[in-house]
Design a protein around this ligand. Structure first.
Ligand SMILES: NC(=O)c1ccc[n+]([C@@H]2O[C@H](COP(=O)([O-])OP(=O)(O)OC[C@H]3O[C@@H](n4cnc5c(N)ncnc54)[C@H](OP(=O)(O)O)[C@@H]3O)[C@@H](O)[C@H]2O)c1
Length: 274
């Protein structure tokens, strides 16, 4: 099925994974509403790249942690597009707003993680459903390992928020199933885009030695496919879920990680690789 002429809203698509999703959908002829928070230049660059692919779109500044901004964002989508076929809840606030260990995190940091993920999806999916015809697509970009594990200590708020997000995916999948609107989560593993912080995703903002060690870890075998993901990998997965042929897949969290999520932490890597 062609996605040509469909309309999508992607939160946080000025850079990183959100930009990758916007460009892969634009390649298929989808018109894209590009949400950003404060990086208007990067959002404009995404829009220029959407147009280079022969599609169209527009920018919307909005803070997804604020309910009023979410309402205003969907009003603009209605004014510009008149309807919506695809809603991708992707935005994640920058690390300093939530990155703190369990014994030190402030209530404000906790609220920022929850509001920008779980509450943003709750309100966004409801607004999206109002603008959608039957057979729309709602997709959350999550990070399920953060909700299942407890070892990356400063991720406590975001991990908890992503766990709530994963749960909301299942509840909304049931709520919207009568209209054949599917609701799924895509859980990337480590994602490295091009070597700059705009296109490269959040890992590119970490110190170079951390980036190098992370890359070596995955290329050394912790990811069976021996590479990190790219924003395009995630954009491809989202595009597949948007196809008509994916219309019976709902309420699922799809791991797009080259197999990293099926590794067993009990045994050393050398033993697992046989
Ligand atoms: N990168 C990874 O390895 C990885 C792995 C698993 C899951 N994920 C998930 O993938 C998604 C994207 O991650 P990323 O690494 O691509 O992020 P990123 O490169 O840090 O980009 C974040 C995006 O979110 C926007 N944003 C920030 N605060 C916002 C707010 N309050 N309201 C609206 N938009 C806001 C930014 O807009 P501005 O440019 O205007 O600031 C930007 O477009 C996130 O949900 C993340 O949890 C990432």
């Amino acid at each position: 099925m062609s996605l040509n002429g469909k309309h999508a809203l992607i939160t946080g698509s000025s850079r990183g994974i959100g930009r990758g999703i916007a460009l892969m959908l634009a390649d298929k002829g989808v018109k894209v509403a590009i949400n950003y928070y404060q990086n208007e230049a990067a959002a404009n660059d995404t829009l220029a790249k959407v147009k280079e692919r022969g599609s169209h779109g527009f920018l919307i500044q909005a803070d997804v942690s604020r309910p009023d901004d979410i309402s205003r964002m969907f009003e603009k989508v209605r004014d510009e597009f008149g309807r919506l076929d695809i809603f991708v809840s992707n935005a994640r606030t920058d690390l300093p707003t939530f990155y703190q260990k369990p014994l030190e995190i402030t209530p404000e940091q906790w609220d920022m993680a929850m509001n920008s993920q779980a509450k943003a999806f709750l309100l966004g999916a409801r607004e999206a459903a109002r603008l959608m015809n039957d057979e729309g697509r709602v997709i959350a970009i999550t990070y399920s390992p953060g909700g299942r594990t407890g070892s990356w200590q400063p991720w406590v708020a975001m991990g908890s928020a992503k766990a709530a997000l994963d749960s909301l995916v299942r509840y909304f999948a049931v709520a919207l199933a009568p209209r054949r609107i599917t609701v799924n989560g895509v859980s990337p593993g480590g994602v490295f885009g091009p070597p700059n912080v705009v296109e490269g995703g959040v890992l590119r903002s970490l110190p170079q030695d951390v980036q190098d060690a992370t890359r070596a870890w995955h290329e050394g075998g912790w990811t069976p496919m021996r590479r990190l993901g790219t924003p395009e990998d995630i954009g491809n997965a989202v595009t597949l879920l948007c196809m008509e042929e994916a219309g019976f897949i709902t309420g699922q969290i799809i791991h797009v990680d080259g197999g990293a999520s099926i590794m067993d932490t009990v045994f050393p890597l050398e033993i697992q690789q046989g």
